[in-house]
Design a protein around this ligand. Structure first.
Ligand code: ADP
Ligand code: ZN
Length: 355
């Protein structure tokens, strides 16, 4: 087991990598703790959670809404949760968001920790302190920045993770490779999702490497004035299409990354050869790379993006593989660039979603 501290301005987060669920009992008292998870995980891990108080919500991004938070709060009241209560979010990104956000506002803030159970949550959602909910189609429109007390990584939970959720998580891993880690891009190109699925050692190492990338980017810029924006690579178009077309997050940002590569080729000297390598890697990990989207509908959602500042948008481009850069693009130019990309997508021979 590897213990490490992720240090942020407001908190040092203890990270237990390669740990076992049983460690939880030593970190918090069962008496004070309440697990927040979803129905799928609660049913698969019923035996594991024996002896713990559990609140289970309906799974899926469509339930990452304020009404679910209200429901969790009413359950907390039923369990007489007070300021000593310790919330443990066990699940994917939806659960870390809901659990972290609820814990941040319940009685003006109680302690919480995460045990991420998806690749996506392990390498991304559990780290960095952002918690919140969607408002209709608008992703993460309300929320807080507050860090958990600790993160417990028990990779054995991945044994039950459905294949499509592995694919989803690898979209964020490929994102990290594109913006920060050319060597990891090579590693991914020389492996496959199945190889990682079948090798616990390989996947443990990859998750740790990606958690560190996320931590390093976030800790250098906690309040997202510069470097942290790089993590939005693929997420501008991605977030706009995700809820409109009910796409998995990984698929949405994969399409967004493919679009951002095309735009990088047009306005940033990113080479077409590198562009093709990114597209090929996304396809290798079974991610879609284009979508014939409704441009007006998507543009309307895009205008509510938190990355918009006045009449410009902070948009992430690639200089080369392993090096992202944030550029301010005027909205009218961005709209034109997206329309060009959309035309390229529409010409693709494979239909609506290029897998
Ligand atoms: P993310 O935001 O990390 O992609 P979600 O919270 O939306 O993840 O979870 C994705 C789906 O995978 C949900 O249906 C959830 O119940 C399920 N899930 C999460 N972790 C596991 C696991 N370890 N085993 C089985 N199913 C899981
Ligand atoms: Zn993401």
């Amino acid at each position: 087991m590897g213990k490490k501290q992720y240090k942020f301005s407001s908190k040092a987060v203890d990270c237990y990598f390669d740990a076992d669920f049983s460690l939880l009992e030593k970190l918090v008292s069962q008496e004070n703790a309440i697990i927040i998870t979803d129905d799928n995980i609660a049913s698969i891990y019923k035996e594991t959670f024996k002896g713990w108080k559990v609140i289970a919500i309906k799974p899926g991004e469509k339930n990452k809404q304020q009404s679910t938070v209200d429901h969790v709060i009413s359950e907390l009241i039923k369990l007489q949760a007070d300021r000593e209560t310790f919330i443990i979010g066990i699940g994917g990104g939806v659960i870390t968001d809901i659990a972290g956000y609820t814990a941040s506002v319940y009685m003006r803030g109680i302690k919480f920790a995460f045990l991420p159970t998806t690749i996506l949550a392990m390498v991304d959602a559990a780290i960095g302190g952002k918690n919140g909910v969607d408002v209709g189609v608008y992703k993460n429109l309300i929320g807080t920045i507050r860090h958990p007390e600790f993160l417990l990584y028990d990779y054995s939970f991945l044994k039950t993770l459905p294949k499509e959720e592995w694919i989803n998580g690898f979209a964020e891993i490929i994102k990290h490779a594109c913006i920060k880690d050319a060597a990891m891009f090579e590693l991914l190109a020389n492996n496959s999702i199945e190889e990682f699925q079948n090798s616990p050692a390989k996947v443990a190492e990859l998750i740790k490497r990606n958690a560190d990338i996320k931590y390093n980017v976030v800790s250098g810029d906690e309040f997202e004035t510069g470097e942290r924006k790089l993590l939005n690579f693929g997420h501008t178009l991605g977030h706009a299409i995700e809820n409109i077309y009910k796409l998995p997050h990984g698929s949405a940002i994969s399409i967004g990354m493919a679009a951002a590569c095309k735009i990088s080729e047009t306005i940033n000297d990113f080479s077409a050869t590198d562009g093709k390598r990114v597209i090929d890697l996304l396809k290798k990990y079974k991610l879609p790379v284009y979508l014939k989207f409704d441009k007006e509908k998507v543009w309307k959602v895009l205008l509510m993006d938190k990355k918009k500042a006045g009449d410009t948008m902070n948009f992430v481009l690639l200089n080369k593989i392993g090096e992202g850069i944030v550029k301010q693009i005027r909205l009218h130019q961005l709209k034109e660039l997206f329309n060009q990309v959309r035309k390229k997508f529409a010409k693709s021979p494979l239909g609506d979603l290029g897998v």
